[in-house]
Design a protein around this ligand. Structure first.
Ligand SMILES: Cc1cc2nc3c(=O)[nH]c(=O)nc-3n(C[C@H](O)[C@H](O)[C@H](O)COP(=O)(O)OP(=O)(O)OC[C@H]3O[C@@H](n4cnc5c(N)ncnc54)[C@H](O)[C@@H]3O)c2cc1C
Length: 432
């Protein structure tokens, strides 16, 4: 039998990799995480965690530490449409669904990701920081058997029965296997920074949409506001020279935002990231499973990515265990193909909601129309925000009557939005 450096090699120590490593180490596996960065490290992100992400963090035994690190608690979301109509939805609402927590959380990724990786170590995983994966090692029939890793100026091979690609949107693991395809949408990019002193920041996350893109604002604790502007790819050349300047100018050009930034100061580097139009065709190949952004990237608007990374890690554990300990290649492949189906099934509904929201954001007239309805129908807005909070089933807002009543206010959903169970019904007990 070949000599292995670990039972599972995890490429990437972000939320997906750290959580996967922690779950597998807890299940008794010998896991080695390899990340090119040294933690704590920054990551461009709006830094919002859905109420249901707290359930997975609690499962990992890390929720109290994250809350104790000064994470802001977010009551819900406010969305401003291009024509100024404002939608407000809360996580705790009268629709009868309850999340694991009634609030979302927001914490700088520098802190969050370091806590998650510490959690993986505490669970028994080994971690190599400052180690960049350059390539995959393959055996008979192209089956992946390990990695080529560059650390401290030297390249060394690492071998394992299973490699997990948790290396984010630009996944080297997925690209080397030809699993990543570049789509037409969303060809957007983002500039993200932390500001201090932004006026009017409350306990809701904010999204402000206009014809040239959108910006998310959220308290991330310690008096800091996360500012994340997402714009069409066409702006790349303006951003490239000086992202901080682009961001300041973008905000200054918006009359409803500029006064709020009049005395605010940017207190971090402004980081640019994108484009986002990459998806994996499938989340496995012989010897490899993908998880997190490497497997499935969500448009930042719905704030789904970290939950998807954590939930994906949780779901992957059983399949990865089976694949890594399988006695033959056939069983190994069956376990990984089942992982792919499980991942698609889990996020199918959220993917449709993401597409619907993405379409509305791309066509301002559509969003204005929906916002006019939602600004008057708080029950519908709460339901939509609950879906982004990962505790209301997506089917609640994908129901044809919900969609129709968004566009044609004369089509009234019943007093309770369509499909929602009564508070005394089954769904009222929550989706935890
Ligand atoms: C502008 C923007 C705003 C967002 N806002 C939100 C939000 O508010 N809420 C939310 O839930 N999601 C948000 N997301 C999505 C979220 O950031 C991602 O979904 C999340 O980071 C995915 O975690 P991950 O572990 O899969 O990947 P990552 O967090 O990207 O981690 C990947 C890790 O792999 C390492 N790595 C990469 N390549 C290699 C290599 N070759 N060798 C070794 N290591 C490597 C990296 O150093 C990194 O540590 C946002 C995304 C963007 C772009």
């Amino acid at each position: 039998m070949a000599t292995h450096d670990a039972e599972v090699l995890v490429v990437g120590g972000g939320p997906a990799g750290a959580a996967t490593a922690a779950f597998l180490a807890r299940a008794g596996m010998d896991v080695l995480v390899v990340d090119r960065a040294r933690f704590p490290r920054d990551k461009p992100c709006a830094e919002y965690l859905s109420p249901q992400a707290s359930r997975v963090l609690s499962e990992l035994g890390l929720l109290a530490r994250i809350e104790g690190a000064g994470a802001a608690a977010l009551r819900g979301m406010r969305v401003r449409a291009p024509d100024g109509h404002e939608i407000r939805g809360d996580f705790a609402a009268s629709h009868g669904f309850r999340g694991f927590r009634d609030r979302g959380l927001a914490l700088p990724r520098r802190q969050l990701d370091a806590i998650l990786l510490d959690g993986a170590r505490a669970a028994g995983a080994r971690v190599m920081e400052g180690a960049r994966v350059r390539d995959l090692q393959r055996g008979a029939g192209g089956r992946v058997e390990g990695l080529l890793v560059e650390a401290n100026g030297a390249v060394r091979p690492l071998a394992a029965p299973l490699v997990i690609g948790a290396d984010g949107l630009r996944t080297v693991v997925g690209r080397r296997l030809g699993l990543v395809r570049t789509g037409r949408f969303p060809r957007r990019m983002a500039v993200v920074a932390h500001y201090r002193g932004v006026a009017g920041i409350g306990d809701c996350g904010e999204m402000h949409v206009d014809r040239a893109g959108y910006v998310g604002l959220a308290d991330v604790g310690g008096g800091i506001t996360n500012v994340a502007v997402v714009v069409p790819w066409g702006d790349a050349h303006r951003i490239a020279g000086d992202p901080a300047r682009f961001l300041a100018q973008w905000l200054a050009e918006r009359p409803h935002l500029a006064p709020r930034f009049a005395t605010a100061a940017c207190v971090s580097e402004a980081r640019a990231v994108g484009p986002f139009n990459q998806r994996a065709r499938r989340a496995w190949a012989p010897g490899v499973a993908l998880v997190g952004d490497a497997a499935d990237f969500f448009d930042p608007f719905t704030g789904e990515g970290i939950y998807a990374a954590l939930r994906g890690a949780e779901l992957l554990t059983g399949y990865a265990f089976e694949a890594a300990r399988a006695r033959d290649g056939g069983r190994h492949d069956v376990a990984l193909a089942a992982w792919d189906r499980c991942l698609r099934d889990e996020f199918r509904g959220k993917r449709l909601v993401e597409r619907a929201v993405g379409t509305a954001v791309a066509f301002p007239a559509l969003l204005n129309r929906a916002a006019r309805v939602l600004s008057r129908r708080r029950d519908m807005a709460d339901l939509l925000v609950g879906v982004t909070g990962d505790f209301v089933p997506p089917g609640e807002v994908l129901h044809p009557r919900f969609l129709l009543s968004l566009l044609f206010p004369s089509v009234r959903p019943s007093d309770r939005p369509p499909g929602a169970a009564s508070p005394s019904g089954e769904a009222a007990s929550g989706q935890a």
